[in-house]
Write a protein that binds this ligand. Sequence first.
Ligand code: CUV
Ligand code: SF4
Length: 627
Amino acid sequence: MARSQEEIEELSICKDAQIMIEKAEKDGVVTVWDRFKAQQPQCTFCKQGLSCRNCSMGPCRILPGKERSLGVCGANADTIVARNFGRGVAAGAAAHSDHGRDLLETLDAVANSDTQSYEIRDVEKLIRIANELGIKTEGKETLQIAKELADLLLEEFGIKKGNIGFTMRAPEVRRKLWDSLNINPRGIDREVVEMMHRTHMGVDQDPVSLLLHAARVSLSDGWGGSMIATELSDILFGTPKPVESKVNLGVLKKDEVNILVHGHSPIVSEAVLTAVRDKNNIEMAKAAGANGINLAGLCCTGNELLMRQGIPMAGNHLMTELAIATGAVELVIVDYQCIMPGLIPAMNCYHTKMITTSPKAKFPGAEHIEFNVRNARTQAQKLVEMAIELYKKRDKNRVLIPVEPVPMMSGFSNEAILQALGGSLAPLLDAIKSGKIRGVAGLVGCNNPRRKHDYCHVTLTKELIKNDILVLGTGCSAVAMGKAGLYMPEAASLAGPGLSSVCKALNIPPALHVGSCVDNSRILHLCGLVAKELGVDISDLPVAGSAPEWYSEKAISIGLYFVASGVYTVLGVTPNITGSKLVTDLALDGLTNVVGACFAVDTDPHKMAELMINHINKKRKKLNLPV
Ligand code: CUV
Ligand code: SF4
């Protein structure tokens, strides 16, 4: 049965989404919301983390306090919940870090002159990062430095004596705390593997011990795999600087060949961009009757292109099927992560084709055209030609581009923020000290059909900036803010008087787009810089984090590395841990005594804002700053 207008408005706050949900229904496209409904009621054991299928004596479903309070092996609820949580963190950390490894292999190929598809675009940053990690660069050729950096970072993944190099970006007190807790991450792969080992039947049964290791795994992501992904992407594709672009489904063009890139790594999408900009290809598109070739992004690979190249953003996680339902998309080129298999039946309703490019992520029903460091240019060329051919098959009568795009600013890397501040952190610190900016909040993570699409991201951001808290956004959260117009300097009018005056002076928005999910490492780095400058721990800073509409295992890892780094983090979706009081109490409270920060959970963005503001005020008081 078709949804009423009211029902549709309950699903998303976005006009483009609302219009397209209706069109999708008419066109017979099954969406994430339809499948979510079909899954109800969802398993309450799994929801609480109380089901285990780690071995073949099970699966076991635990009812604490009842006869079935233990699994076949004897594991109790605390163990099972902690194990499940730990595996989620490991999967998330693995996803980010394996993405980082791909960038590393690309850098390695460039260093060995083994590719014509990629180059080093930011030599200054290459040298800066190499020096930071202890590589002597004087008098050396660029490619030699790249080679040494790649070799050094490759070691961070595997066997290494000591700790992950970028953890030195955290203040010394924090590193000492990690050491004393034995959670300072060693090799990136090692921590993930150890979590798989510990959660095998009959290994680590102690929930506290499991959670501490989960923290170590997450730290190897935030200060390791993700940070490597960010820094190497900057070196290879350019460090982001402020750039204007556009966002929402209105970025699709009626009269042009539309290509969407979806996934996470910039490796494929950057190669596609180069081919899209090629003059011969544009001529070819014109010969096919189109006005040009339009490239737009979805999700995090979209964020990567938006941050560095100003490529427009079509939408976030829950918009991916709806983008196809416009009927205006020729090709969706994907790499990995957050790509719903539901896109395949959706595209089959139109002339649209989905192309998978990574040997790690194949989708039955999609065409697989594999990219590697050597063939990326030629493969990208092939895809652009394919898109132009498909344009000829587009049924113009079924095209609906629902709205006009919204302008947004992007590109706020830490380097760009420093530059906007005139080269040093001092003006930011002064603004924080005086209370013009009361604190900084990182808003990150996905959409989830459990929550009204984008509602929490946008409402929470508005509350925070109104209270003079500068918001840094990444991932799908960032896309939501952009669509709501919060990424334009004019949005300063929605901010409190202090933040608004700072924004006007610097001509920046009150919420800043700092990148994709791996770019949460930029926020960690910034926290480290500020804490060192003030001579305090990260947990002393007036900062807070939130993942208001998260769904992904990667978001669990992100949330945990923020907490383990000392940043209080408010979740808008309850993690699957409520089956264990011990684990839940630890997450929501006890961790504060261990790492100086904990999680909070609330589904109401106004209450989430209150929690974050109270926390920031508490930290201000402790630092003797005006509240
Ligand atoms: Ni990595 S992880 S839905 S695209 S933020 Fe978006 Fe961002 Fe979550 Fe995925
Ligand atoms: Fe059941 Fe224990 Fe096996 Fe898990 S590890 S499935 S609780 S027997």
